[in-house]
Design a binder for this molecule. Structure first.
Ligand code: COA
Length: 255
């Protein structure tokens, strides 16, 4: 069985992790298939402009690493698995496509790290998130110690990672760990708001934020200028101006 169910809604795809019985845990097969889908939507044709990533059922978004599979893995195999996990999560970040995690249920360990690699997060009011690795004698290995402090600050990240505690939706929203609390329709609505915009501009804006975040301000502003320049020669920029003058919605082509 495929590891993901893929549904298409115009220029938005919804990817549902197909592993309810194991609470959508990250198996080797699941990570390999995720990498293929990310590569597919990150290709040159740009037909998919936003992806909503969620888990099957209502219990879990993703319960982290597949601990049953992990129990039978050698240290070397764990290293290979973590390399694949890091590369795949990074590919989500580097993609021009916008990724929205809909956290429909528990997201622990790698599940929270998967959500952190997405651009935006919408969380069900009953869901819980947490980087619980220290409770298992390990540390986050899918980017959690680096992405969480970049998102919510060092102090709050240490609170969550060193205690390994789980947070509900209200606290997650307060900390800035998720953008909003809502349901799948809210997540799809966010995706729709993104895909209506000029796709090259959305991709460049995403990378300007990500790539500039850790530069000094002058370097970051120069980077923004370089990315802005890349929008100037595009058909979509001219279409945006024309549509404004003609008082109609723009029709963007991603060119
Ligand atoms: N890897 C593999 N299987 C997992 C799993 C994981 N990370 N998490 C849950 N499962 C399996 C359980 O072993 C169980 O399988 P079984 O039916 O063969 O016994 C099944 O999923 C249901 O688990 P259960 O705990 O009964 O479901 P729940 O809905 O009550 O709770 C969770 C769901 C996610 C809250 C709970 O399973 C949990 O805390 N899992 C561990 C999370 C974790 O520590 N992740 C790793 C962080 S590094």
């Amino acid at each position: 069985m495929a590891e993901f169910s893929i549904e298409t809604f115009g220029a938005v795809e919804r990817w549902t992790i197909n592993g309810e019985a194991r609470r959508n845990a990250l198996s080797r097969a699941m990570v390999a298939e995720l990498a293929q889908h990310v590569a597919r939507v990150s290709g040159a044709d740009r037909t998919v402009r936003a992806v909503v990533l969620t888990g099957a059922g209502s219990k879990a978004f993703c319960a982290g690493a597949d601990l049953k599979e992990r129990a039978g893995m050698s240290d070397g195999e764990v290293r290979v698995f973590l390399d694949a996990l890091r590369t795949t999560f990074r590919a989500v970040e580097l993609s021009d496509c916008a990724f929205i995690a809909f956290i429909n249920g528990a997201a622990f360990g790698g599940g929270t790290e998967l959500a952190l690699s997405c651009d935006l997060r919408v969380m069900d009011e009953a869901a819980e998130m947490g980087l619980t690795e220290v409770k298992l004698g390990i540390i986050p290995g899918g980017g959690g110690t680096q992405r969480l402090p970049r998102l919510i600050g060092k102090g709050a990240a240490k609170d969550l990672i060193l205690t390994g505690r789980r947070v509900g939706a209200e606290e997650a929203a307060r900390l800035g760990l998720v953008n909003r609390v809502g349901d799948i329709d809210d997540a799809m609505h966010v995706a729709k708001n993104i895909f209506e915009n000029a796709p090259l501009a959305v991709g460049l804006a995403k990378h300007a934020i990500d790539d500039g975040a850790h530069l000094d301000l002058d370097s970051a502003l120069a980077l923004e200028q370089r990315y802005y320049q890349r929008t100037l020669g595009t058909e979509d920029r001219l279409e945006g101006l024309k549509a404004f003058a003609e008082k109609r919605p723009p029709v963007f082509k991603g060119k």
